[in-house]
Design a protein around this ligand. Structure first.
Ligand code: ADP
Ligand code: MG
Length: 684
């Protein structure tokens, strides 16, 4: 059986009730295969004795104990059991504090011996533990089975516990006699990989953390990256349709002449690159990198005209509903005067409107469909999708992009991002990928002036913003929290919204954050862009895409808590016209050296690429500009930040296989065919 092939419903595991299966669902686990794909967050090493008093940073002890004395303490008569570490003579005493576990008194009898695993700390002049597990020693004085093992620690939610998940994973593993290898035998040999069966089992229950777990991960990561490469590379094999030559269409010309400004040289260059890609016989796969406000989206609309002239359809994906709606509004304003039919599909559209829209799409009565994740849905069928544009591509998974790709006939793809990624990474992640870059900002833009403001100087910032209000300009105030819920001393949106009213009486404002319904958010942004609202008090939801030319001030409080890429994106909300703009990063007194270095780098540079480089230098490759956090690759076993060498190998191997056997027809490659047909990775 293949790893992803077991579609048996999770509720079929004996002993699973509704609460447990609900909890599994909220972890995304529906089938037996899903359960095996649930990754341990970490492992508990119970193979080495760690005696009381010898625990390291983790505070964990793993040893044997004997009960000395039973007592109670506090008003609630909490059970307190004095035990002694008996692994060898002369062990420390330890007090077990049994909060809410007084039932343990019937087990922890004086003189009895147990295997102990738990957190131990030194307080009130004694060794104590309140988080622990005790299992009686066997009849013959032998340790119980749990001792000596390495146990997986899974993410938990709802009714789940480690005990339940471990039990269920074991049951599923026992129920499958054998997991087939997923890649050709020659590659298994070449890299000395483990048999897949062994790797899958060791991933959950490794026999040791060094060889067993490492080798298991290496095997599973290679297999995964092999299929990632295969998926991205096979998609871009040539299509047979003959394309028009790469000239500018009349529609494009007209559109460009009608713009109130001139395209920048970089925009012109990128448009030509896209036209040439589109004219070639294989489908385009191009990444468009450019700083916020550099005019990428405009390039996307113009290139869409090229496709629409041919009578084909365009899909435009945005990561949030807010952005999708805003893009749709702009597209309608720019394109509808030229007779182009624009529609927008988001999750919250009502079903009647949705049905009409889907029908129109199928009939070819829509030229550009803009939307969120809703576009991936099976019900969305195009008449002839030829061009896919993905905004903020780093927010989408490989599988999601491919799902959209399947809806067209070898469509061209344009991925846009303001978060630059190193070229090697781009290549490996996206397969055969061309990169276009917009380096120059539209002419007339003034450099945004960035101030780092210490808490004590905050009044200077308020004064500066107030001057801008008098000029009729607008501002954003950004805070890390929505509400003051956990008393962490951070300023929050709700509190500051009231406070700012006292600072700027009579200046109309609004509050905006993720808990405000989408429709109301749109309404607020609408009024903000018309200038009826003068400032927004917000969380980082304004981070991407919002475009208001007369907004000239960006204030970010507790700036040191945001990543560099996020701060740069936030700053990009201002400076979007010829007006001079200002950005204030307010930092706290406890600013670390690293925090200072990051903010200073931002003050010095307005260049997103340079900032990404700096970020890499300061924080190290482990944190490449938000990629790890966003998890956009949806990888199970591999880690982009350490597995680059594996990716490169997998890429070469895939290329070799595809050039020798493009149809994957040889018997050696039959396993690949089987995986792709029955249980391919990267399909959701
Ligand atoms: P991005 O998608 O890179 O953030 P946009 O395409 O949204 O940038 O452009 C930002 C703003 O600049 C928009 O209001 C757009 O109309 C305007 N713009 C785009 N290109 C130019 C240009 N060549 N000259 C002046 N303004 C431009
Ligand atoms: Mg954009």
């Amino acid at each position: 059986m293949l790893l992803r092939e077991n579609k048996e419903d999770i509720s079929k595991i004996p002993g699973i009730g509704k609460a447990t299966s609900d909890a599994y669902h909220s972890l995304g686990v529906y089938t037996f295969s899903d359960l095996l794909l649930l990754n341990p967050r970490t492992y508990e090493d119970r193979s080495q004795i760690i005696r009381v008093g010898e625990q390291k940073l983790t505070g964990i002890c793993n040893t044997f104990i004997q009960v000395q004395k039973v007592s109670y303490f506090g008003a609630k008569h909490i059970l307190k059991v004095l035990v002694e570490d008996i692994y060898e003579v002369g062990g420390h005493s330890l007090n077990l504090l049994c909060f809410n576990r007084n039932f343990l008194k019937s087990i922890l009898k004086v003189g009895k011996q147990f295997y102990f695993y738990g957190h131990v700390s030194y307080s009130y002049g004694e060794w104590q533990s309140s988080q622990f597990e005790v299992i009686p020693m066997g009849e013959d004085g032998k340790p119980p089975a749990a001792f000596g093992q390495i146990l997986p620690v899974y993410p938990l939610t709802g009714a789940l516990s480690q005990r339940i998940i471990r039990r269920d994973v074991k049951k599923v593993l026992d129920q499958v006699p054998f997991f087939d290898d997923e890649i050709p035998i020659s590659l298994m040999k070449k890299y000395k990989l483990e048999p897949t069966d062994k790797a899958i089992r060791a991933w959950h229950f490794p026999s040791n953390l060094e060889t067993s777990l490492k080798e298991s991960r290496r095997t599973l990561a290679y297999e995964e990256l092999f299929y990632l490469q295969l998926a991205t590379r096979r998609k871009h094999l040539s299509s047979n349709t003959i394309r028009k030559p790469s000239t500018i269409s009349i529609l494009e010309k007209k559109f460009i002449q009608n713009l109130p400004f001139k395209l920048t040289d970089d925009q012109v260059k990128v448009l030509q690159e896209i036209r040439e890609d589109m004219a070639s016989s294989s489908s385009m796969n191009r990444l468009l990198q450019g700083d916020v406000g550099s005019g990428k989206t405009l390039v996307a609309w113009i290139s869409a005209l090229h496709v629409i002239t041919e009578g084909k359809q365009v899909a435009f994906m945005a990561p949030t509903e807010l952005l999708a709606l805003q893009h749709a509004k702009n597209a309608a304003r720019l394109l509808e005067p030229f007779g182009i039919r624009v529609a927008v599909l988001t999750g919250s559209i009502n079903s009647k409107a949705k049905n009409l829209l889907l029908q129109a799409l199928k009939d070819g009565d829509i030229d550009i469909l803009i939307g969120t994740h809703a576009l991936f849905s099976r019900t969305v069928v195009f008449k002839n999708l030829k061009y896919i544009i993905i905004d903020e591509q780093q927010r989408f998974g490989v599988g999601q992009r491919l799902a959209l790709f399947e809806k067209g006939d070898a469509p061209d793809t344009l991925l846009m991002t303001a978060t630059p990624i190193p070229r090697t990474l781009a290549l490996t992640v996206f397969g055969d990928l061309n990169v276009s870059t917009i380096n120059t900002m539209p002419i007339g833009r003034k450099k945004i002036v960035t101030y780092l403001v210490s808490n004590r100087k905050r009044n200077d910032m308020y004064n500066a913003v107030s001057v801008e209000f008098k000029r009729g300009h607008q501002a954003y105030f950004v805070y890390p929290r929505i509400e003051d819920t956990n008393d962490d001393g951070l300023r929050d949106v709700v509190t500051m919204f009231d406070f700012l009213k006292t600072k700027f009486p009579d200046v109309p404002s609004a509050l905006i954050h993720s808990k405000i319904p989408e429709e109301e958010k749109m309404n607020i942004l609408e009024r903000f862009s018309r200038g009826e609202i003068k400032y927004l008090v917000s969380t980082s939801v304004v981070e991407v895409g919002i475009d208001v030319a007369t907004a000239t001030c960006m204030v970010v409080e507790h700036a040191q808590l945001f990543g560099m890429a996020a701060l740069h994106q936030l700053r990009g909300r201002v400076g979007r016209s010829i007006l001079q703009s200002w950005c204030f990063f307010v930092f706290d007194d406890n600013l670390t050296e690293e925090g200072k270095e990051r903010l200073t780098a931002l003050k010095k540079s307005n260049d997103g690429f340079e900032i990404a480089e700096q970020d890499l230098k300061i924080r190290g490759p482990g944190e490449i500009t938000g990629m790890k956090q966003s998890g956009f690759l949806h990888l199970h076993y591999s880690d982009m930040t350490v597995d680059l060498p594996i990716i490169e190998k997998a890429r070469e191997d895939v290329d070799n296989i595809l050039s020798n056997d493009p149809g994957l027809l040889s018997s050696e490659n039959s396993i690949i065919r089987k995986v792709l047909i029955t249980a391919p990775p990267f399909t959701n």
